[in-house]
Design a protein around this ligand. Structure first.
Ligand code: ATP
Ligand code: MG
Length: 441
């Protein structure tokens, strides 16, 4: 036997039993984005390394130690995207989308960070990501937060299990004053810092506030507060956001230590957190990044966005048992002998044409009738359609209820779709071809 090839650490397979949680989350997200007029974009998984270094910042965990970076055959440095914002901004600039235009966009897809894998933290993970370009005032900040809140409601996640933390980082200018205050404070306490923080003290002392080292908690708690350095326009923007959230009935906690792990943020930053996932408590994080478009070479454009970690929300949904039950077939075709299989496949196609929402499974194992009935029963189907040599010769099938104990009946080939419809009810189908019966569970 050949040696088995092991999967990479922190990269997961999603197996069929898990798919329903994911599709539930994704369909809720898509429905909500459509309600708010957000349009989908898809951007490459691979970009020039420079993009992330310039956008996210050299002194961040992501750029310093988490990126999957390699050289291609031409010696060009490439990186698997660790997040979507930089790529979307790059795409908006590359495609000339930002000339006095406004956009509300979303994307869903995998991100890559070389972190230590643990529950809720992986090396390939999936984000649902929302971004808005061209909106200056706090209304869009509020809208983006309302979108996330609506998703939690539609998914059935109770508000005690996810809460919103809010802060304002002010403008780059007000932050510069604050940065110096922090530098003075941490320099005076340099002996207590770890190696990472000492490096950041030189590069970007704000990053020290984002440290996950518990030994630094007290020192960080006593550091000067960003709130005391806010410029008046940023303060007004922040108060506007709070007032809109109050009016919408969205609860939040002010957290003056929230700085987020990426350097491009200005003014509003926020994070939805949960108590369900240990230290991986952030489920959706975002903020305003008004300076990023110019930083990446585009025309000045105010912008804001958030990213939701799908794995973490799925873990939370599983803990709360918040997904549709597995989708079982409704009809199972038991087909005895090659001629019956050939005719049965045709018949199943006719029924699928007539009843697009009905779920039909055909037994193509070639096994005996007894084994096929066992599988029919195990499949969870409501009825079995049985086609053997005798039925084939007479142009009929036997339709056998598997759950109700009802009578078996015979049905001519041409009437099968109608007969199944009477037994199972019609399943309406919407424009996407998805059975409406399965929705909203
Ligand atoms: P954390 O503090 O947990 O490391 P982060 O600040 O690095 O999160 P962001 O870069 O803001 O996270 O990414 C947005 C969201 O993506 C997070 O709120 C989280 O839900 C999810 N996320 C981030 N990193 C991972 C990961 N390695 N595995 C799974 N989900 C992740
Ligand atoms: Mg992180």
């Amino acid at each position: 036997m050949s040696e088995i090839i092991e999967p990479l650490r922190g990269m997961n397979d999603m197996l069929p039993d898990e798919a329903r949680w994911w599709s539930r989350l994704e369909s809720v997200a898509r429905a909500v984005f459509s309600q708010y007029g957000y349009r989908e974009v898809r951007v490459p998984l691979l970009e020039r390394t420079q993009l992330f270094k310039r956008a996210i910042g050299e002194y961040t965990d992501i750029v310093e130690k988490e990126m999957f970076t390699f050289e291609d055959r031409d010696g060009q440095s490439l990186t698997l995207r660790p997040e979507a914002t930089a790529s979307i901004v790059r795409a908006a600039i590359s495609n000339g989308m930002l000339h006095n235009q406004r956009h509300r966009l979303f994307t869903i897809g995998p991100m890559f960070r070389g972190e230590r894998p643990q529950k809720g933290r992986y090396r390939q993970f999936t984000q649902i990501d929302a971004e808005a370009f061209g909106y200056e005032g706090p209304d869009i900040d509020a809208e983006l937060i309302l979108i996330a809140a609506r998703m939690w409601r539609l998914l059935g996640i109770p508000s005690e299990r996810v809460w919103l933390e809010l802060n304002s980082l002010g403008t780059p200018e007000s932050r510069a004053t604050y940065r110096e205050a922090l530098r003075t404070y941490f320099t005076a306490n340099e002996a207590a810092l770890d190696a990472d923080s000492r490096r950041r003290l030189v590069g970007n002392p704000l990053r020290i506030l984002d440290s996950k080292n518990p030994a630094l908690t007290e020192l960080i708690a006593a550091a000067p507060l960003l709130t005391d350095y806010l410029d008046s326009a940023s303060r007004e923007h922040f108060e506007g956001l709070c007032a809109r959230l109050d009016a919408a009935g969205v609860a939040y906690r002010l957290n003056p230590r929230l700085v987020r792990g990426l350097d491009y943020y200005s003014r509003t930053v926020f994070e939805w957190a949960t108590d369900a996932l240990g230290s991986q408590n952030a489920v959706c994080s975002g903020g305003r990044y008004d300076g990023l478009v110019t930083q990446l070479g585009g025309a000045a454009t105010p912008a804001i966005g958030w990213a939701l970690g799908m794995e973490r929300i799925v873990l939370l949904m599983q803990e709360l048992s918040l997904a549709a039950p597995a989708e079982l077939p409704q009809v199972y075709f038991v087909l005895a002998g090659p001629a019956a299989v050939a005719r049965g496949l045709q018949l199943a196609e006719t029924v699928r044409d007539a009843q697009p929402g009905m779920r039909l499974e055909t037994d193509l194992s070639g096994g005996g009738i007894k084994a096929q009935f066992k599988r029919a029963d195990k499949s969870g189907a409501t009825v079995a359609v049985v086609l053997g040599e005798d039925e084939l010769a007479r142009g009929v099938v036997a339709v056998k209820p598997l759950r109700s104990g009802g009578e078996q009946q015979e049905c001519p080939f041409a009437e099968l779709a109608g007969c199944l419809e009477r037994l199972l009810g019609v399943v309406a189908v919407d424009g996407d071809g998805a059975a409406r019966q399965d929705r909203g569970r």
